[in-house]
Design a protein. Structure first.
Length: 190
């Protein structure tokens, strides 16, 4: 049952990400899907919905007062398989998206917050057919404590530059500035 439940869970999460975030890179969808369907996430959700209190365990496990993560994760996957076998993919999808939604949303927010360069690249390729160009404007400070000033150019348009303690951080912040400007909002790093 765990095998089937794991497959149904993976399918539903992949289908949801594919249709709700069509601009996301395959690799990014794979990372989010892997995190959402992981043993740790299944165990966490099983505990959240009280499955740990519904299990009847053998003598050896019941004495320890601690249910192994693998048992809770397998129980979650088995429940998903049972719902699928009983009613098909529609009720399984509804159940999965209802109880896994918080984890999916959290992974999406964490992913987007850390990767404005990737998000900006998708947007600019889709809207303008162009890739953003990152231009290093200035490096200041002593060797052990440098600061980098970077701007993003999309086509012929420059977007507000941003400072960072590393070149990568400055590029991410400049990408975030451009992202906000393209969405009609004030850039966060001025």
């Amino acid at each position: 049952m765990e095998f089937l439940g794991d497959a149904v869970l993976g399918y539903v999460i992949c289908d949801y990400l594919f249709h709700s975030h069509p601009d996301m890179l395959e690799g990014d969808m794979t990372k989010i899907k892997s995190a959402v369907v992981s043993r740790a996430t299944c165990q966490k959700i099983a505990k959240r919905i009280g499955m740990d209190e519904c299990l009847i365990l053998g003598r050896g496990l019941s004495r320890s007062n601690r249910i192994p993560l693998s048992i809770l994760a397998n129980t979650m996957e088995s429940l998903i398989a049972a719902i699928y076998l009983d009613g098909g993919i529609a009720p399984a999808r509804e159940f999965i998206l209802r109880i896994f939604r918080e984890e999916i949303d959290k992974m999406l927010v964490d992913h987007d917050a850390d990767n404005y360069k990737s998000v900006l690249q998708h947007i600019t390729q889709k809207r303008f057919g162009q890739t953003p160009e990152y231009i290093l404007l200035e490096i200041t400070g002593p060797e052990h404590c440098k600061s980098f000033h970077v701007k993003v150019r999309i086509g012929k348009k420059d977007h507000p530059a941003a400072w960072g303690a590393t070149k990568k951080e400055a590029e991410q912040r400049a990408a975030e500035n451009a992202f906000f400007v393209l969405n009609g909002e004030e850039p966060p790093y001025l």
